[in-house]
Write a protein that binds this ligand. Structure first.
Ligand SMILES: [Zn+2]
Length: 239
């Protein structure tokens, strides 16, 4: 009995999949320093990292602004190309890119006052250009929360490894949180999917194993996670 009952179902599966073909989803990597492999995509990001700052930072920031100008002018990709897995964004919407990574790091040798000045200038740039900010923060959360007050652009806390208590604090302050390969397991279980991003940062590797690990931990399909990441990008970059 069971076998005869199963037969029509087995025939229906390819039929249904033809009616509703599953698109091939791209893996969004929100922050990487490497060229992503085929099937993965990242978003351009322009800024001054706190590790590499010196007194010349105002000139370096001018160079960054020029790069941004060129990026906007020379990019031949339509905005819709960045949203292959969702209903395309309207072509008139600006090309998504981020300001950063930038921020504050109390453990790096760069003098803290230089870090603060350069970070404030990049916050202004993010607000002027209406682009989200990719944040690097090490042991400077109080200053970051203070500086975030009154800003309108989304901030993405990259490489988050903190515990759920700190995650909650960031969520309450409106942050998006990007998790890398070394995530805190309790935090990734508790982060709302609509505030979560994934990244490989400076690890020169595919992001697919990270998607697999997170999907497993959240008891969701990888495709659900992929779609949600693009939806989140749309939410931060096409406002
Ligand atoms: Zn990085």
């Amino acid at each position: 009995m069971g076998r005869t009952w199963l037969r029509p179902c087995a025939r229906e599966i390819p039929f249904l999949s033809q009616l509703f073909p599953r698109p091939t989803l791209t893996y969004l990597n929100i922050h990487t320093h490497s060229q992503p492999p085929e099937g993965e995509q990242t978003i351009a990001s322009f800024g001054l990292h706190p590790w590499h700052l010196n007194e010349e930072w105002p000139d370096q920031l001018k160079a960054v602004e020029k790069q941004i100008d060129q990026h906007i002018k020379s990019s031949s990709l339509p905005t819709a190309a960045f949203f292959p897995d969702l209903q395309a964004a309207a072509p008139s919407q600006p090309l998504p890119f981020f300001i950063g990574e930038c921020g504050l790091d109390r453990l790096c040798p760069t003098p803290y006052d230089i870090q603060l000045d350069a970070f404030k200038a990049q916050i202004r740039l993010s607000e002027q250009l209406s682009r989200p900010l990719i944040l690097h923060c090490v042991k400077a959360i109080d200053d970051v929360l203070q500086l975030k007050k009154g800003t309108r652009q989304p901030w993405i806390w990259h490489g988050f490894r903190g515990k759920p208590q700190q995650l909650l604090q960031l969520l309450n302050h409106g942050f998006y949180v990007s998790f890398g390969l070394h995530f805190n397991e309790a935090s990734i279980s508790q982060c709302p999917l609509e505030r979560l991003f994934l990244e490989t940062d400076d690890a020169p590797q595919s992001i697919v194993p990270l998607y697999e690990a997170v999907a497993r931990r959240r008891f969701i399909a990888i495709t659900t996670l992929q779609t949600q990441m693009w939806r989140n990008l749309k939410a931060v970059a096409c406002r």
